[in-house]
Design a binder for this molecule. Structure first.
Ligand code: PLZ
Length: 444
């Protein structure tokens, strides 16, 4: 895959370099304190598996801007499509004078998302906004109000999606009151569930909570990430998701898959639901959909999606023409470059290395994930006790060496890897070697 910049990790200053330090001082003076950054390093260019900073350092990207630049930063088809669209027009508002790009993105989503039933889509800007709209649609269709989400869930930072997100710090603390009629059910978490809790048992545990504490008669939607993202890259046990889907179908409850983080080839399938063999009623997408431009969508069964009255859904920028052009080019890139297969190759490479590391180091309590969405959950040696300090130490040491890596998890003890699918094996192997050495250095 051709990338716009040299594919080589190369540090010319200590990190952060002097220009980044200067910019961080300006950021601290000008930007609200609530907006944090993972690394104090300012970007100027990015492509393939590399992010270049203002001091001329080239870093290996294992974050993809939180699972967004799946096709690579400034991916060639995306750049060309957006440039052409900028020249044509930048905005008319689809609700005022519509344009073809929006319709074409909806057609692609209807074609690509799981299930061969009749589907329609609606486009928005952010993941949280699309989640909110999925709830509006489910409520309009079912004429019911309650929403069930799960432990460790992340669905966004708006008022309703904060209520749906599980973790208090940093997402919710001090920002209430939260939207009502949101209930939380237990997840399947194979590493932390006792061994006798298989997928079926975990589903029964969740369904019992839902039936006793909410009741299907009151329940509009069950919303779940097929693989938990911010909550720790938790892959539920086999059978868990299909059993929840079956229960929803039998009880007139809309099953909503939040594939904001897992969608668009990220997990070694076009959507994570595909590898689970489930068909959601509604699927929420964002992030990887448009190669870095802000776009999100709700796609689903036409009878459910069409429950809203005309003009009940929308927004000034939803399905912006630049973002739609980028999405069409992103989808073309995923299909033409076989990026689903590339995600599977990355899965094998990463899991192989991390399993070998785990065999020698029991602080890697669990190695899990699918495709290019892989994580290690770190624990204190000889225990299951989460070790957030170790995750922080490994991540910040990796940052020092020019590897962008993120942490996540309810307990803050998960290192997660989300490389762009445009990364080379060489860069990926180099980053994994650096991480392996950091684990060795921190072992006593
Ligand atoms: N649903 C599953 O992963 C966004 C959040 C980063 P927005 N995840 C990254 C942060 O700290 O704000 C996400 C997600 C899932 C919804 C969202 C929300 O998507 O585009 O950030 O609104």
């Amino acid at each position: 895959m051709s990338a716009n910049i040299e594919q080589r990790r190369h540090l010319v200053t200590a990190l952060p370099g002097p220009r980044s330090v200067e910019l961080m001082a300006r950021k601290n003076a000008a930007v609200a304190a609530g907006i944090g950054t993972t690394m104090p390093v300012f970007a100027v260019e990015a492509g393939g598996g590399i992010v270049k900073d203002v001091d001329g350092n080239s870093l290996i990207d294992l974050g993809s801007g939180i699972a967004v630049t799946t096709v690579g930063n400034s991916a060639p088809r995306v750049v060309d499509a957006v440039k052409a669209q900028v020249d044509a027009f930048t905005h008319t508002c689809f609700m005022v004078t519509p344009y073809e790009g929006y319709v074409a993105v909806a057609e692609q989503l209807n074609r690509l998302t799981p299930g061969d039933h009749e589907k329609v889509s609606a486009l928005f800007n952010s993941g949280a906004e699309a989640v909110e709209n999925a709830i509006k649609i489910a409520r309009a269709h079912t004429k019911k109000q309650a929403v069930v989400v799960f432990d460790h869930a992340y669905h966004g930072r708006t008022n309703l999606t904060m209520a749906m997100t599980a973790k208090s710090m940093p997402y919710k603390s001090g920002f209430g009151p939260f939207a009502p009629e949101v209930y939380r059910a237990p997840l399947s978490y194979p590493f932390r569930d006792s061994k006798d809790v298989d997928g079926q048992a975990a589903a029964q545990r969740a369904i019992s909570v839902i039936e006793k504490q909410v009741g299907a008669d009151n329940l509009a939607a069950v919303v779940i990430e097929p693989i938990q993202g911010e909550g720790g890259f938790i892959v539920p046990a086999d059978g868990f998701l299909p059993a929840i889907v079956d229960w929803c179908t039998a009880n007139g409850v809309v099953f909503v898959a939040d594939e904001v983080q897992t969608g668009f080839a990220r997990t070694g399938a076009m959507f994570a639901c595909d590898r689970e063999g489930i068909v959601p009623d509604l699927i929420v997408t964002a992030k990887g959909i448009a190669g870095g431009l802000p776009l999100s969508a709700v796609t689903g069964r036409a009878d459910i999606m069409n429950a809203s009255h005309v003009s009940g859904l929308g927004g000034t920028y939803g399905g912006n023409p630049l973002a739609c052009a980028a999405a069409l080019a992103t989808i073309e890139t995923i299909e033409a470059d076989n990026l689903v297969d590339r995600a599977l190759e990355i899965e094998h490479l990463m899991l192989d290395t991390l399993h070998r590391l785990q065999a020698d180091d029991d602080r890697l309590g669990d190695v899990r994930g699918r495709g290019a969405m892989i994580a290690v959950e770190l624990v204190k040696s000889g225990t299951d006790e989460p070790d957030a300090d170790l995750a922080k130490t490994i991540a910040s040491n990796a940052h020092q060496q020019g590897v962008i890596v993120l942490t996540c998890g309810t307990y803050g003890n998960v290192l997660r890897f989300l490389p762009p699918l445009a990364i080379s094996d060489d860069l990926l192997t180099e980053a994994l070697d650096i991480l392996t050495n950091l684990f060795k250095e921190t072992a006593q």
